[in-house]
Design a protein around this ligand. Structure first.
Ligand code: URA
Length: 209
């Protein structure tokens, strides 16, 4: 599918299968989400630009590659986005973080925004927006609307599971934002859950109902 990268690394797929199992505990789910997020982060950052810097090893002065440009921004769509964020920050500890509080109204499935924080100079940074589930797409579309209002121009969206309906809505609203996911699942059910999915990602991470 155009604009969508499915990250089918065997470790990602294996861990995802365990996360989908209904008997996987809260602690297990959280640990796997942290592990899988480092692997997803590795893939979503694989083509970042490098620049050469002069450094001295104990033996010689050389030109060596470092990441170019301003620090990345990881934008977490609360609350489930934080499960992906933690592992990503382990890999890129200097990244800046934006939090976007959006919840799904369970009746209308519309996104309701309640919190927003972002670093300065958003227009000069790569912004990687994270949310484990791309279901209807309403939350991620609203979050990206807000990030663009704040100046973000160069964005990527990273999730664990995506529904085809969510991908369609997302791409209609934000055709310039590439999607990275570990799986494109079958469809959304009548309650807006991804099928076969893994249930409510936030509930599974935090042991809530
Ligand atoms: N959000 C979730 O956590 N799970 C779904 O299946 C859909 C949206």
């Amino acid at each position: 599918m155009d604009g969508v990268t499915v990250i089918n690394h065997p470790l990602v797929q294996h861990k995802l299968t365990i996360m989908r199992k209904k008997e996987t505990s809260t602690a297990g789910f959280r640990r796997l989400l942290r592990e899988i997020s480092t692997l997803l982060c590795y893939e979503v950052t694989r083509d970042l630009e490098l620049t050469m810097e002069t450094i001295e090893t104990p033996l010689q002065t050389i030109q060596a590659p470092v990441l170019e440009g301003k620090k990345l921004v990881f934008a977490s769509i609360l609350r489930a986005g934080n499960g992906l964020l933690e592992g990503m920050l382990e890999l890129v500890p200097s990244a800046r973080v934006s939090h976007v509080g959006v919840y799904r109204d369970h009746e209308t499935l519309e996104a309701v925004e309640y919190y927003f924080k972002a670093p300065e100079a958003m227009s000069e940074r790569l912004v990687i927006v994270v949310d484990p589930m791309l279901a209807t797409g309403n939350s991620s579309i609203a979050a990206i609307d807000k990030l663009k209002e704040r100046g973000a121009k160069n964005l990527r969206f990273l999730c664990l599971l995506a529904a085809p309906e969510g991908i369609r809505n997302f791409q209609a609203a934000h055709p310039d934002v590439p999607i990275y996911t570990a799986s494109i699942d079958s469809h959304l059910n009548e309650k807006g859950y991804i099928m076969p999915g893994l249930g409510d990602a936030g509930d599974r991470m935090y042991g809530t109902k």
